[in-house]
Write a protein that binds this ligand. Sequence first.
Ligand SMILES: *Cc1c(COP(=O)(O)O)cnc(C)c1O
Length: 395
Amino acid sequence: MKYTIPFNKPFIAGKELYYIAQAVTFGNLAGDGHFTKQCSRLLEEQFRIEKALMTPSCTAALEMAAVLCELAPGDEVILPSYTFVSTANAIVRVGAKPVFVDIRADTLNIDEQQIEKAITHHTKAIVPVHYAGVGCEMDRIMDIARKHNLLVIEDAAQGVGAYYNNRALGSIGHLGTYSFHETKNYICGEGGALCINEPELIKRAEIIRDKGTNRSEFFRGEIDKYTWVDIGSSYVPSEIACAFLYAQLEMMNVISERRRTIYRQYRKLLKALEVQGCLSLPHIPEDCESNYHMFYILLPDRVVRDALMDYLKKHGIMAVFHFIPLHSSPMGQKFGRQVGDLSITEELSGRLLRLPFYFEMTEGEQEYIVKHLKEGLEDIQMGKGNYSVLQAIES
Ligand SMILES: *Cc1c(COP(=O)(O)O)cnc(C)c1O
């Protein structure tokens, strides 16, 4: 199937190849060279993060966070079921148990009111996931964490450049994780960062990131040889990826401005359908500044959502849905525990449809999408009408 309008098109900011050429010229292509440091510094300064360590992915950063929090068999970690697999995988890999709670119906973020119900004497940490680049209720979540002596790891994979009460997502919890995967706002193909806001965790994070060695200290001249001192893995990204990323991070404001325009245009074009009760549009709370990571709509039910997705596909428009709730997945069932019936998660994951969203999207493309979306909904409505007439005749 060839789509006229794909779901995503990776955006090239302009200087990527130039910076990669520079990295090649500098002659240091492994990790922690000039561009890796530039990316870290930019994130630290821009988002007021104590220490930002670049990683090969957000998944890697979540894995590091699990080790840093010393999660182990017998420990429990509270997270929403409505998230990407990496959030839970990081917990299960170290033998701890993911405890799934429901989401809020307005933002699809973890429902902070459900967190305390899920706390037991095994609970070690909370992982709020900032869905669509809209912040979770972090003030409340940090209060709960303080009260119960828990660590907070923000999964800010989708939240780079977004704010909650004027604080950057990823800079509020003890740890935070970013993604620079091709589908996110600022990209380098595959990439991520671990944000460390707790100074005592920095030294160990550097060691875990570099195969369990104290090589970072060696390179800073703090010790005269480096050796194996802890567990670790290969969590240092290549300079080439960081050179690419730096070109994107420099253009962060331009990228987010453009995404805001696309987001607002969608809202404007779809407002009438919301007023008519055909669908609902995303909500951004007052205290949140979004990075406009995505645009989704909520349809009346799963049948309409699936039919609309098919209709758009037939017209060359790629709209997608996610996530399959983790508590209902084979791994979630095997290793996790759920608190409550997670009815909002189950309902909304069946009703959600993400519309194409990329920097170079034109107004014409947005109008084309919305035109077909309206036609699709009318088509489905008519089909349903016929169906109920048929049912009436049969009965
Ligand atoms: C994209 C994403 C990840 C994984 O990011 P990678 O950089 O691809 O590892 C993790 N959590 C959430 C919520 C995501 O959206």
